[in-house]
Design a binder for this molecule. Structure first.
Ligand SMILES: NC(=O)NCCC(=O)O
Ligand SMILES: [Zn+2]
Ligand SMILES: [Zn+2]
Length: 481
């Protein structure tokens, strides 16, 4: 099938220009002014609209067993929500169960992901270390995963210590992979949780109090320094504080390959949510790191336009009201996570581009292209160029909507952005050349999504390898006396 998208403004991470986009089958074959439609081509009028690469959300949790329950959106509903919002690819965290080897977890994720309506890739979580872990990581890399996640929080569950971080980061360096960190000091969090509970603070306000900004700043700084000593890049997920952002910016200023990922939730929602007199409303916002004081938001927005933060994600990990009620008498038992896949792009456009904080090209960079580059799936994903997958969004900058859980795709009953007015919406969303969503409604069935394999040793890792060998320690050769 041939498709010609005519008359729109094509926006890429570095250019806005009037051009038509010609798609043959699943692939973009030409981008240019006044392209002639091949015989039988379907012509789509994009005048008055932008045409941009499909969104990539590099941080999701579909059907994840976590905190004694399973996140409510599986690959089918999560990717349908994503498509409805303009996101055509998600990168989900494959997290081994206790005692499970990585290759077994990978197979389990492959099985779950068969339901996906949109395209997907995986990161693998390193949750411990033994003599077989390096070999497991190598096997995972051979299957098309080039990124490994490390939780510095969730003590007694997923948390790993510095010994594991250093071993794993060095293995990532050897394999040409990128380590990711959930940067919160889990020992401090556990200590604060215990004191707050002992002081009678059992509600969701305790969640934010147990995870102050320094918990994140310390862990981010520590992980950055460990990555520097291991000679690998580092990707800091859900960067929510000024201090963690500044640690990333300082590292980058020193030439380190460190990336920061704010979430759309942290850019727009603040800690007042946890003081809501309605327990359930406050619990719906419980996620880690927690929403912060508004002053942190200015720093995150500045990072996106300055380039010291590269990617906006959702950390979509949704739990129903019933699941949230598991923590009714103890905030540490409220499942951590919120939704956002359908909202990420429309909220970021509204609060970013429509207010002049971001240009359309910066919007494309942080919602799609930068993730594709950092995770090594560019230019197959994240680009509008001949040869790229035809994942395209026709974006109507004048369309408006009010966020409402009543018309969301996600399986949960609420939306943390409820009532927000959006200006700028995805009118049509194409996944590999097929119309996958229109007017906020997904049109494709479960099983349409495909796995996106990502090779190791992107240019950054090649440079780091060269650097490691150029600066490798050498013995002092001494004569024998
Ligand atoms: N973020 C969150 O609260 N839940 C999902 C797991 C994680 O990313 O920490
Ligand atoms: Zn996390
Ligand atoms: Zn997460």
């Amino acid at each position: 099938m041939t498709l010609l998208i005519k008359g729109g403004i094509v926006v890429t991470a570095d250019l806005e220009h009037r051009a038509d986009v010609l798609v043959d089958g699943e692939t973009i074959v030409a981008v240019g002014l006044d392209l002639d439609p091949p015989a039988g081509a379907e012509i789509v009028d994009a005048s008055g609209n932008y045409v941009m690469p499909g969104g990539i959300d590099p941080h999701t949790h579909m059907e994840l067993l976590f905190m004694g329950t399973v996140s409510a959106d599986d690959f089918e509903w999560g990717t349908k929500a994503a498509l409805a919002g303009g996101t055509t690819t998600i990168v989900d965290f494959c997290i081994p169960d206790p005692g499970q080897r990585m290759p077994d977890a990978f197979r389990a994720w492959e099985e779950k992901a068969k339901k996906a309506a949109g395209d997907y890739s995986f990161h693998l979580a390193v949750t411990g270390w033994d003599e077989g872990t390096s070999a497991d990581m190598a096997e995972i890399v051979s299957k098309g995963v080039n990124s490994f996640k490390h939780f510095m929080a969730y003590k007694g569950a997923l948390m790993v210590d510095d010994d594991v971080l250093f071993s794993s980061f060095r293995t990532c360096a050897e394999l040409g992979a990128t380590p990711l960190v959930h940067a919160e000091n889990g020992d401090v969090v556990a200590g604060l949780q215990a004191s707050l509970l002992a002081a009678g603070i059992t509600g969701p306000e305790g969640h934010a109090l147990s995870r102050p900004p320094m918990v994140e700043a310390e862990a981010a700084t520590r992980a950055i320094m460990i990555a520097e000593m291991a000679g690998c890049p580092l990707y800091v997920v859900h960067t929510s504080t000024r201090e963690a952002h500044e640690a990333i910016a300082r590292a980058r200023a020193r030439g380190l390959r460190v990336y920061g990922e704010p979430l759309i939730q942290h850019l727009l929602l603040d800690e007042e949510r946890y003081r809501d007199p309605d327990w359930l409303k406050a619990a719906q916002c419980v996620m880690s790191p927690p929403f912060r004081a508004k002053s942190h938001q200015d720093s995150l927005w500045a990072g996106l336009s300055a380039g010291s933060l590269q990617v906006v994600a959702t950390d979509h990990c949704s739990f129903t009201n019933e699941q949230k009620r598991m923590g009714m008498s103890d905030f540490t038992r409220i499942p951590n996570g919120t939704g956002g896949l359908q909202d990420r792009m429309r909220m970021l456009w509204t609060a970013g581009v429509a207010t002049g904080r971001l240009t359309p090209s910066e919007f494309v960079a942080v919602t799609s292209t930068n993730a594709a580059k950092i995770l090594n799936m560019y230019p197959r994903k994240g680009a509008i160029a001949p040869g790229a997958d035809a994942d395209l969004v026709i974006w109507d900058p004048a369309a408006t909507a009010t966020v409402s859980a009543a018309d969301q795709v996600s399986r949960i009953e609420y939306n943390v952005f409820e009532g927000f007015e959006c200006r700028g919406l995805p009118a049509k969303v194409y996944l590999r050349g097929g119309l996958a969503a229109e007017g906020g409604q997904p049109l494709v069935q479960r099983g349409t999504g495909r796995f996106v394999a990502r090779k190791p040793f992107a240019a950054t890792q090649v440079a780091l390898k060269t650097r490691r060998s150029a600066t490798a320690p050498k013995p002092i050769l001494r004569g024998v006396h």
